[in-house]
Each structure stands twice: as structure tokens, then as C-alpha cells.
Design a protein. Structure first.
Length: 318
């Protein structure tokens, strides 16, 4: 039975900061008229703006890593706390981007900050993307990387404990990987952290009706979804909210944004999970707020909250 501890975090500045960022995006000059795939390729080349995305936490030592898996090599970046005194839990972190975009460089404030605040080793992964690699390529990357981390834990300064987490599409992959591991009898992560997770497809919820188009659209018939999701009935690993049962999964920290079309998916998943769940909703905040910590104080707060939560999970008082 689910044991949900729900919290709402609000600040007088959240709404104004969100409005200002949304206005900034709305007023950016329109680029050249391109087809969706060419536009996607251009987006993938765009580097994050430090004035929005922030910078790497100086309390960590990042280093690049190549993860050799059957038939492919994946890029990753490891964030090790500078003052770590010994082996620590490892957190596999997955960026967002609608399963077609995103990159580990977009979220370095979050990944490095979580490592520092949580005293954990964060492995930030560039999983394969659609349309070149539709479902289940990215999910298989996550599953195989979890196995790789277990096999190489000592080389990563890990202590054997593993969590998996991510943002938006990455959070959906984390949740899907936990479902597959449960159903296959594979070792489960010790914890999951799902930030404004993408857990369903073409859903009709109150938050969709209220906030679709607020930075993110999940409207039916999107080009991006058609590139990723298989046709026909969708497997639960692709849309975890549709799983017949959410029993037997790791304890979870779930973050939601108050002005996000995916807000209700986070709420419903928290309610259905069987076990300890902490649901934290950031009021008046938009989807992907962890990507813009330099201008959204909710993003900065959330990074510290995730780190503190992981410390409480992995380093409980004696």
C-alpha cells in the first residue's frame, strides 16, 4: 500500500520568475523555417546558456566516461564530490528532452549539485534518442547501464548502493527501468527520483487541460511522440502509469511542477506506487525548472532538496 508524504513548496518569487522566463522564450526571434527533423538536429547542437542553465558545482570533480555496452558505446559524465572520504552510493541520472533531444551538458548544475549535496557519485548518461533510435533503445540503454554500474561499482568509487533518477523523459525511462527490472527478477535500484516525469501518452488530465503549451505541449498527434512510441498497444515500460500494478518497486522521491501539463501524472504515480513515496510539488513553477536554475530559484531549491533527501536515505543517523 502506498505511503505518500506530500509537500507543497511555494515562494513569492516562483510565479514571477516563471512568467519572466516564459516571456523571454516567447520573445526570442524566430529561427529559419525548417522541417521537424532538421529543427531537432539544430536544437541538439545548441549549447546551454549559463545565464539560464547555471554552471557546474565546484564541490565536484566531473570527468567524462565511455560506457561500452553490447553493440554500442554511450557517453556519460561522472560527478564525484571533492571532499568524499570513501566509496559512496551511485546515482544514474537521465536528462529530459521528449525522448528525442536533450544532453547531459544541459543539466550539469543539477547533476553536479546533487552529487555534492547528497554525497553521492552521479553518473549522467547520454542515452540513445529517437527518431534514430525509437523505443525501446533508450530504455535498454538505461537497463544495461545499471548492470554496467553494478559490475564497475568499485572503479566508480561506489559502495554497492544504486539509485536511478531523471527529469521528464529521463524520469520516465527511470520508472520504466524499475518496472522491467521488477518483472524480470533483476536487481532493483535502491531508490528512484522522478522529476516531473513523463509517464503516459496522449493522456487527458486536468493539468493537461489547464497548462498544455506552458513551455511543454503533450497534445495528441505530436511529431516527437510518433518518432519514439511504438504503434499499437503501448507496453507498460513505455508508459509506466498504465502498468497493471506498481507494487514491488523502489521507494521514490517524485517532484512535480504546479504549472506543468504533466503535473497530474506525477500525482497519480505517487498515489499508485506501493511503498514509501515522497511527493514534492513546486507551486507556480513550470516543467523543466531544473534546467534553468540560474533564473528559477525553484530549480536551485530542488537540487538541494534532492541532495538532502539522498543523504537521509543513504546516510541515516546511527
Amino acid at each position: 500500500m502506498s505511503t505518500v508524504v506530500a509537500e507543497s513548496i511555494d515562494s513569492p518569487v516562483f510565479a514571477g520568475e516563471t512568467d519572466a522566463l516564459l516571456n523571454r522564450f516567447a520573445n526570442e526571434p524566430a529561427g529559419p523555417s525548417l522541417g521537424p527533423y532538421l529543427a531537432l538536429l539544430n536544437d541538439r547542437l545548441e549549447l546551454p546558456d549559463p545565464e539560464l542553465a547555471g554552471v557546474v558545482d565546484p564541490r565536484t570533480n566531473p570527468r567524462d566516461l565511455r560506457i561500452e555496452l553490447p553493440g554500442r558505446t554511450l557517453e556519460a559524465r561522472i560527478y564525484q564530490p571533492v571532499h568524499s572520504t570513501g566509496p559512496a552510493p551511485i546515482v544514474l541520472w537521465l536528462h529530459g528532452g521528449g525522448f528525442i533531444g536533450g544532453h547531459l551538458r544541459d543539466i550539469e548544475y543539477a547533476t553536479s549539485g546533487i552529487a555534492a549535496a547528497g554525497n553521492v557519485v552521479v553518473v549522467s548518461l547520454n542515452y540513445r534518442l529517437a527518431p534514430e533510435n525509437p523505443y525501446p533503445a533508450g530504455l535498454n540503454d538505461v537497463l544495461d547501464t545499471l548492470s554496467w554500474i553494478r559490475e564497475h561499482a568499485s572503479e566508480l568509487n561506489g559502495d554497492g548502493r544504486i539509485a536511478v533518477g531523471g527529469q521528464s523523459a529521463g524520469a520516465g525511462l527511470a520508472a520504466g527501468a524499475c518496472l522491467v527490472a521488477r518483472d524480470n527478477g533483476s536487481p532493483l535500484p535502491d531508490h528512484q527520483i522522478l522529476c516531473y516525469p513523463s509517464l503516459d501518452h496522449e493522456q487527458d488530465t486536468e493539468s493537461y487541460r489547464l497548462f498544455d503549451g506552458t513551455f511543454l505541449s503533450i497534445a495528441p498527434g505530436r511529431w516527437s511522440s510518433a518518432q519514439y512510441f511504438p504503434t499499437g498497444e503501448l507496453p507498460a515500460a513505455a508508459v509506466p502509469l498504465r502498468a497493471a500494478s506498481l507494487a514491488g518497486l523502489p521507494p521514490a522521491l517524485i517532484l512535480a511542477a504546479g504549472r506543468d501539463p504533466l503535473r497530474d501524472d506525477a500525482r497519480h504515480y505517487a498515489e499508485r506506487l506501493d511503498g514509501p513515496v515522497r511527493l514534492v510539488e513546486y507551486a507556480e513553477t513550470m516543467h523543466a525548472f531544473l534546467n534553468f536554475p540560474a533564473v528559477l530559484s525553484a530549480g536551485r531549491h530542488a537540487v538541494e532538496l534532492i541532495g538532502t533527501h539522498l543523504r537521509e536515505v543513504f546516510y541515516p543517523p546511527a
